[in-house]
Design a protein. Structure first.
Lengths: 306, 461
C-alpha cells in the first residue's frame, strides 16, 4: 500500500516535472526566436527606413551633379561616387599584391623556411602576430597613423594617396586571412603533382595553386571593397573632404560615406544624406550577394571534386 | 638544359626577326639616354645656367646614364634570347599600359563629373568613346608586344642559375610582403607614440588619465589648456557597457537560434541578413540614430533630454556588435562535439535542457571570446558615435535624481575625441589627441588578446 502510494507520488512528480520541462523548453525557444526576430527586424528597419527615405531623392540629376559645398547641402553626389571609385581601385591595387603575397608566403613557404633558419622562424612568427594585431586595430587608429605618417611626416597632405595607403593598412589583414584560407583549400596532391613533373616551386604556385585558390582570393578582395566603401573614420582624417573631383592622387576628395557624414553633421540636408546612404546600402547589399554566390560556388566545387 | 640548346638552333625566322628588332629598338633607346646624359653633363660648359638649373643637370645626366645602362642591359639579354630580359620587358610594358589606363580614367571622369550641371547622356558616351579610342591607340603596340613575347616564350633560354635566382628573389619578396603587417603595426606604435610623447612629457600621465577637464586651447576663457581624458574614458566605458547589456543577450539568442533551434531554411536566410549588418557603413547607423532613434528617445519626459547621448549610442552600438557576437558564438556552439548533445538527449534531457546545461557550458570560452570581440568592436567605433552621442566634454551625470537618466545625458568617446578635433588641432592639443589614440590602442590590444586567450583555450580543451 505504502509502496503503491509512493510510486503514484513519484509518477505524479515526474509527470509534473516533465510538464515543467516542456513549458520551460517552449518558453526558451520563444525567447530565442524572439531574439532572432529582433535582430532581423533591426536589419529591415534600418535598411527599409534609409531606402524608403533615400530612394525618393535619387534621380539622374542627383547622381550626376556635384555637391554644392558649404552649409546648404545642395547639389548631387557625382564627385563622391567617382572619388569612392578611385579610393577603392587605389586601395585594392596597393593591398592586394601585399596581402596575397603575404598569404602565399605564410601558407607555402613559411613552414619549410622557418625550419631552415631561426631568423626566418622568428620573422614568420612576427608576421603572423602582425596580422592578428592588425585585424583588431580600430579604424580611427589607422586614421591617426595615416595622418601622422602620410599627411604630416611624408607631406602627402589630405589626399587620395594618403587615404588609400591608410585604407590599404585596414584591409590588409582581411585579404591575407581570406587568401590564406583559400590557399589551404587547394589539395596537397595538386602541388605534389606539379612539383614531381619538374616545375619549380614558384611556377607551381603561380600556375597551379593560385588559379585554384582564385574564388577565395576574389572573395577577400570583394570583402575589402565593401570595407573601403563603408569606411569613414580613416578618410575623415586623411582624405580631407573637398567636394571637388580629385584631378591627381595628391588631391583631396570626399567619398560617399564621408559625404553622408558631412551632410548629416554640417548641414541639415538629411534627405540628401539619406539618398547617398541608400546608394551605399544598395552597393553593400550587392557586394554581399556576390560574396554569397562566390562562396556557394566555391563550396559546390569543393564538394564536386571530392 | 640540353633541350634548350637544341631549341636554340631551331628558331623559326619570325622569332629571330621579332627578337633582333626589339633589341635594336632597345639599343636605340639606350643610345638616346646616353646622348641625353652626355648633353646634360656638357650643358654647364656650353651655356650659362641660372641658379635653379645648376642642380638639375646632375640629376638629368645621372638619370639618362642609368636609363641607358638599363636599356642596354635588357637589349643585350633580348639579343641573346635570355628569358629574364623578356620577363623584365613584359613587366615594364604591363606597368606602362596600366599607368596609361589610370590616366585615361582620370581624364574621362573629370570631364564628365566635375561640372555642376547635368551632362547630357550623348556627350558622356562621346567622352568615354574618345577616351577609350585614345587608350587603344596607345596601348595596342605594347599589348601586341606582350602577346608576341608570350608567343615566342619557348625559344628563350632559362639557365638553371637564373631560375634559382628568380626562385630565391621571389621568396624574399614574398617574405617582405608577409612582414608588411608587423611593419605597419610597428609604424603605428612608432608614430602615435612619438606624437603622443610631447603631451605626456609636458602634462604628465596621471593628469591626463585622471584629469576631469578637457579644455584644448584658451578659447573658453582661462589661459591654460587642460587635457584630462577621464570624461572620454567614462563615455567609452558607459556606451560599451550599454551596448553589451542590450546587444549580447540578443546576439546569444540569435546564435542559439541559428545553431540549434531554427530549421535549415530559416538559418540559411537569417544568417546572411544578420551578416549584412556587419557590412552597413557606420555612418548609416549614425544617420539612423540621428534621424530615427533621437526623436524616439526625446519622448522620455526628462529635462535636458536631447535624444542624443549614451542611450542612443548604446542602441546603435548594440546593433553594430550583433553580427560579430552572433557569428563567433554560433561557431563556438557548433564546435561542441555531437556526443555531448547525444549523451544528454539519451539521458532524457529535453532539447532546451541540453542547450542550457550542456552545450552552452561546453561552448563557454568561445562565447566569452565572442562577447569580448564584440566589446573590442564597440570600443573602436568612431563615426556612428560622434553622430549620436552628443560629444559633450563633461563627465556624464544623471539628468535627474533617477540614476538611470545618466544614459540620457550626452558624452564623448575616446574615438570621438580624436575624430572631432584632429583635423584642426596643433601642438600640445594634437599630441594629446595622439595620446588618446595610444590609450585606445592599448585598451583594444588588451581586450583582443583576452579574446584570443579564450579562443585558444577553447581549441585546446
Amino acid at each position: 500500500m505504502a509502496v503503491e502510494v509512493e510510486s503514484i507520488i513519484a509518477q505524479a512528480k515526474t509527470r509534473s516535472s516533465l510538464k515543467r520541462q516542456k513549458i520551460s523548453q517552449t518558453f526558451g525557444f520563444i525567447l530565442v526566436w524572439f531574439c532572432g526576430l529582433i535582430a532581423v527586424a533591426a536589419v529591415f528597419w534600418i535598411i527599409g527606413y534609409v531606402l524608403s527615405q533615400g530612394l525618393r531623392v535619387i534621380d539622374l540629376e542627383f547622381l550626376t551633379t556635384r555637391p554644392a559645398g558649404g552649409v546648404s547641402g545642395e547639389g548631387g553626389m557625382s564627385t563622391t561616387i567617382v572619388t569612392t571609385l578611385y579610393l577603392v581601385i587605389l586601395t585594392i591595387a596597393i593591398a592586394t599584391p601585399l596581402g596575397v603575397g603575404a598569404a602565399i608566403y605564410l601558407v607555402e613557404y613559411a613552414r619549410d623556411a622557418s625550419r631552415e633558419s631561426k631568423v626566418v622562424a622568428f620573422l614568420v612568427r612576427a608576421a603572423q602576430m602582425g596580422v592578428e594585431i592588425l585585424a583588431g586595430v580600430p579604424s580611427i587608429i589607422f586614421g591617426l597613423f595615416g595622418f601622422a605618417l602620410f599627411v604630416l611626416y611624408l607631406k602627402f597632405g589630405f589626399s587620395l594617396l594618403s587615404a588609400s595607403l591608410s585604407g590599404a593598412a585596414l584591409v590588409l589583414p582581411t585579404i591575407i586571412r581570406t587568401s590564406e584560407e583559400a590557399l589551404l583549400t587547394v589539395p596537397r596532391a595538386y602541388r605534389e603533382g606539379s612539383l614531381s613533373l619538374g616545375a619549380t616551386k614558384w611556377y607551381t604556385i603561380f600556375n597551379v595553386v593560385l588559379p585554384n585558390a582564385m574564388p577565395g582570393i576574389v572573395t577577400g578582395i570583394v570583402l575589402s571593397v565593401g570595407r573601403i566603401i563603408a569606411e569613414t573614420a580613416i578618410f575623415w582624417v586623411t582624405l580631407g573632404g573637398s567636394y571637388h573631383l580629385p584631378k591627381t592622387v595628391m588631391n583631396s576628395g570626399r567619398s560617399m560615406a564621408l559625404h553622408v557624414y558631412m551632410l548629416a553633421s554640417e548641414t541639415r540636408a538629411f534627405d540628401k544624406a539619406m539618398g547617398t546612404a541608400s546608394i551605399l546600402i544598395i552597393i553593400i547589399i550587392l557586394l554581399n550577394l556576390s560574396i554569397n554566390i562566390l562562396s556557394r560556388r566555391l563550396t559546390a566545387r569543393m564538394n564536386g571534386k571530392k | 638544359m640540353g633541350t634548350l640548346h637544341i631549341r636554340n638552333s631551331q628558331k623559326p625566322p619570325y622569332v629571330k626577326i621579332i627578337t633582333k628588332s626589339l633589341a635594336i629598338i632597345l639599343i636605340a633607346a639606350a643610345i638616346a639616354g646616353l646622348a641625353f646624359s652626355v648633353y646634360s653633363f656638357l650643358s654647364p660648359l656650353i651655356v650659362k645656367l641660372d641658379a635653379n638649373q645648376s642642380q638639375t643637370w646632375i640629376a638629368n645626366g645621372a638619370g639618362g646614364l642609368l636609363a641607358a645602362v638599363f636599356f642596354g642591359w635588357v637589349a643585350r639579354g633580348i639579343w641573346n634570347y635570355k628569358h629574364w630580359a623578356k620577363t623584365i620587358l613584359v613587366i615594364g610594358l604591363i606597368i606602362f599600359i596600366l599607368t596609361y589606363f589610370v590616366m585615361i580614367i582620370f581624364a574621362i571622369s573629370s570631364s564628365i563629373f566635375a561640372g555642376e550641371a547635368v551632362v547630357p547622356f550623348g556627350s558622356i558616351l562621346r567622352v568615354v568613346g574618345v577616351g577609350l579610342f585614345y587608350f587603344l591607340q596607345i596601348a595596342i603596340i605594347p599589348a601586341g608586344l606582350i602577346f608576341a613575347l608570350i608567343k615566342i616564350d619557348p625559344y628563350y633560354d632559362e639557365s638553371t642559375r637564373q631560375r634559382e635566382f628568380v626562385e630565391n628573389a621571389i621568396r624574399y619578396v614574398l617574405l617582405g610582403t608577409a612582414l608588411s603587417c608587423i611593419i605597419i603595426v610597428l609604424l603605428i606604435f612608432l608614430f602615435t607614440m612619438t606624437e603622443a610623447w610631447q603631451s605626456v612629457e609636458a602634462i604628465g600621465l596621471d593628469t591626463m588619465l585622471l584629469g576631469t577637464v578637457w579644455r584644448p586651447g584658451s578659447i573658453i576663457g582661462t589661459d591654460t589648456a587642460q587635457f584630462g581624458l577621464l570624461p572620454m574614458i567614462l563615455g567609452t566605458i558607459l556606451s560599451t557597457l550599454g551596448a553589451v547589456v542590450i546587444g549580447v543577450p540578443l546576439s546569444l539568442g540569435t546564435a542559439i537560434l541559428l545553431a540549434e533551434v531554427a530549421p535549415r531554411a530559416v538559418r540559411e536566410t537569417v544568417r546572411p541578413v544578420v551578416e549584412l549588418l556587419a557590412g552597413i557603413p557606420s555612418v548609416v547607423y549614425g544617420l539612423f540614430g540621428m534621424v530615427v532613434l533621437a526623436p524616439l528617445i526625446r519622448n522620455f519626459d526628462v529635462p535636458r533630454n536631447t535624444g542624443f547621448g549614451l542611450l542612443n549610442a548604446s542602441i546603435v552600438l548594440a546593433i553594430m556588435i550583433i553580427p560579430t557576437v552572433t557569428n563567433i558564438a554560433e561557431d563556438a556552439i557548433r564546435a561542441v562535439p555531437r556526443e555531448y548533445k547525444d549523451g544528454s538527449l539519451a539521458l532524457g534531457g529535453t532539447h532546451w535542457q541540453t542547450i542550457v546545461k550542456v552545450i552552452l557550458p561546453a561552448a563557454r570560452s568561445g562565447i566569452l571570446a565572442a562577447v569580448i570581440l564584440g566589446i573590442g568592436r564597440a570600443l573602436g567605433e568612431t563615426m556612428a558615435m560622434i553622430m549620436v552621442i552628443g560629444n559633450s566634454i563633461a563627465i556624464p551625470r544623471p539628468l535627474t535624481d533617477n540614476p538611470l537618466t545618466l544614459f540620457l545625458n550626452t558624452a564623448r568617446t575616446l574615438t570621438g575625441n580624436i575624430a572631432v578635433e584632429i583635423n584642426y588641432a596643433a601642438g600640445a592639443h594634437r599630441s594629446a589627441l595622439f595620446f588618446t589614440g595610444v590609450l585606445l590602442f592599448v585598451m583594444i590590444m588588451v581586450v583582443n588578446s583576452t579574446a584570443r586567450f579564450f579562443m585558444r583555450s577553447k581549441k585546446e580543451s
